[in-house]
Design a protein around this ligand. Structure first.
Ligand SMILES: *[C@@H]1O[C@H](CO)[C@@H](O)[C@H](O)[C@H]1NC(C)=O
Ligand SMILES: *[C@@H]1O[C@H](CO)[C@@H](O)[C@H](O)[C@H]1NC(C)=O
Ligand SMILES: *[C@@H]1O[C@H](CO)[C@@H](O)[C@H](O)[C@H]1NC(C)=O
Length: 521
């Protein structure tokens, strides 16, 4: 009993000395160009609120589940630009450093990822990527903000974060990691290219690589579908019901299992002509122009001379894609990018988008944001590791682009050679970065469901990366979890092992929800 009381007293002491160290810390003296906005000791279980955070970020509060020192700085990046930066330094620290990414064209700190990684004892940093909110107006006539967004905010955060970690804990970090998806996936790949020393391990989900052409591909959908009230517009209900049903009819059984999940959409040459209205049919069928719309959407996007702009959308993603890309309205991120970054012209009309705009986007390459390296020699030679994953029914970035990028980096090497340092996992039944009918919970981010999987490989991609970097154990597959109704408290519905590219999952018999029923071939 006495021993226990002494133990408790010791814990209280430890916490109060950590708290004192936190409150006495002066990060602004360590980071050049920094102004301190927040320095707070935050106790595990606290719900932080962010009253100043831009409302479009939709991140009003965050539960913190570790005792930590929270630091928020403003850091100058040029005479006319600055970033908003946060570091969450946990009391229980493994020695690992981690930077989080952003999304869309946003300037939103992912507080949920800071909470997730700091609770797993990483010293975690994140930034607003140079501007606040999800819209593009802050880029208008602010080329330095575009540079922050393209690469400088992340690199600045890494430099500031590593220096602060060393000063705060009085020893340098051991290994450094990156976790991001979508634009965040692109940031990870781009950083490996431009600053190969920043990270030892990069987890890059659904990476928005070849960014200039991604912007164009997304802009084009509005010109394909037409406006929501135009005569051949295909309504969302059609996409979500009988068109999706036909996709499943043609594509779902290719992997051997009719479970509503297409393991590898690349194996299905979806033919929309089966949906053409025959005779006097007029419901649940498409006219000729609508059949052509589907053909266009599910084909590679090319210039008239055949040069590729961006790969086809993969079938299976339509249920989610109707909400944004096929909604009969201009895709907001692309519109803002053309208006405020490419053309500096708020009057630019998304309905006029054409091949000339695609050429301008690619050639202007603002802030050198392209991110389509053919190799990453600096990163590879220093022993850096990259784990990419991509949902096979991603409704915002086609998964075929990541297949293409992986092959591009691989070049003339064998898969065994590239797998030494860069592995790619295709996550069946996952939408853009998360959600979907498949086993999509992988520990890839701090969303509610991620809390349901332990911080252990192979069910957690971040842990898998740590094991790869620190123990040399490379992931052979990633095990995804599907919770009942995506609700952790309702328990696990099923798990599935997602194969390492170019292997694909094939059903070999038995219960669809069982590992032994599937094989990576
Ligand atoms: C972003 O918002 C923060 C408050 O959350 C503010 O301090 C900062 O100045 C803003 N940055 C820009 C570029 O407007
Ligand atoms: C669609 O709606 C917009 C605005 O509501 C209008 O300007 C346009 O003329 C309409 N187009 C058609 C084809 O009805
Ligand atoms: C899951 O969600 C469906 C549809 O919302 C509902 O009908 C069902 O009862 C839920 N299952 C559980 C176990 O809560």
């Amino acid at each position: 009993m006495l021993g226990f009381l002494i133990y408790l007293a010791h814990l209280a002491d430890a916490s109060s000395s950590f708290e004192q160290a936190c409150l006495a810390f002066r990060p602004e003296t360590i980071v050049p160009g920094a102004t301190r906005n927040i320095l707070d000791y935050v106790r595990s279980g606290t719900t932080l609120t962010f009253p100043d955070n831009d409302a479009t970020c939709n991140r009003g509060s965050q539960i913190v589940s570790a005792n930590l020192c929270r630091i928020a700085l403003s850091i100058e990046t040029s005479p006319e630009s600055s970033i908003t930066f946060e570091a969450w330094l946990p009391e229980t620290w493994t020695g690992r450093f981690l930077a989080t990414g952003n999304g869309g064209i946003d300037g939103c700190i992912k507080y949920e990822d800071l909470a997730y990684t700091s609770s797993n004892s990483f010293a975690a940093v994140g930034s607003n990527n140079g501007k606040n909110g999800t819209g593009g107006v802050p880029f208008y006539n602010h080329p330095e903000t575009v540079v922050d967004f393209a690469w400088r905010s992340l690199h600045t955060s890494v430099q500031a974060g590593k220096a602060m970690v060393e000063a705060f804990y009085e020893k340098p970090h051991t290994n450094s990691y990156y976790l991001g998806c979508s634009l965040g996936g692109r940031q990870g790949i781009d950083n490996a290219d431009k600053f190969p020393e920043d990270f030892d391990g990069i987890v890059a989900g659904a990476p928005g690589v070849d960014f200039n052409n991604l912007v164009s591909w997304r802009a084009r959908f509005f010109t394909v579908t037409g406006a929501i009230n135009s005569s051949d517009f295909i309504p969302a209900t059609a996409w979500k019901t009988w068109i999706h049903d036909e996709v499943l009819k043609q594509c779902d059984a290719v992997d051997g299992a009719e479970d509503g999940i297409i393991e590898d959409p690349a194996l299905c040459a979806f033919d929309p002509s089966t949906l053409r209205c025959e005779g006097d049919e007029s419901t649940n069928c498409l006219n000729n122009k609508q059949v052509e719309q589907l053909r266009t959407i599910f084909s590679d996007y090319r210039y008239p001379d055949g040069e590729l702009i961006f790969p086809a959308m993969q079938p299976g993603s339509e249920v989610g894609a109707v909400d944004r890309l096929y909604a009969g309205a201009p895709f907001a991120y692309s519109v803002d990018w053309f208006k405020y970054v490419i053309y500096n012209n708020p009057a630019w009309d998304a309905a006029t988008y054409d091949f000339a705009d695609a050429r301008t986007s690619e050639s202007s390459n603002p802030g050198n944001i392209r991110t389509y390296p053919a190799s990453l020699p600096g990163f590879e030679s220093r022993g850096g590791k990259i784990l990419m994953y991509h949902g096979q029914q991603d409704n915002q970035i086609t998964t075929y682009n990541t297949n293409r990028f992986y092959e591009h980096i691989k070049g003339s090497r064998t898969y065994e050679q590239i797998d030494e340092w860069m592995r790619y996992f295709r996550i069946s039944g996952m939408n853009h970065c998360n959600s979907g009918p498949g086993a999509w919970v992988l520990g890839q981010a701090g969303n509610a469901a991620s809390a349901g999987v332990p911080f252990e490989a192979p069910g957690n991609v971040l842990r898998a990366m740590v094991d790869w970097v620190e123990k040399g154990v490379a992931p052979e597959y990633v095990e995804g979890t599907k919770f009942v109704n995506d609700t952790v408290s309702l328990g696990v519905n099923f798990k599935r092992r997602h194969c390492r590219y170019p292997l694909r999952n094939v059903y070999i018999g038995g219960d669809y929800g069982h590992h032994a029923s599937w094989k990576c071939i």
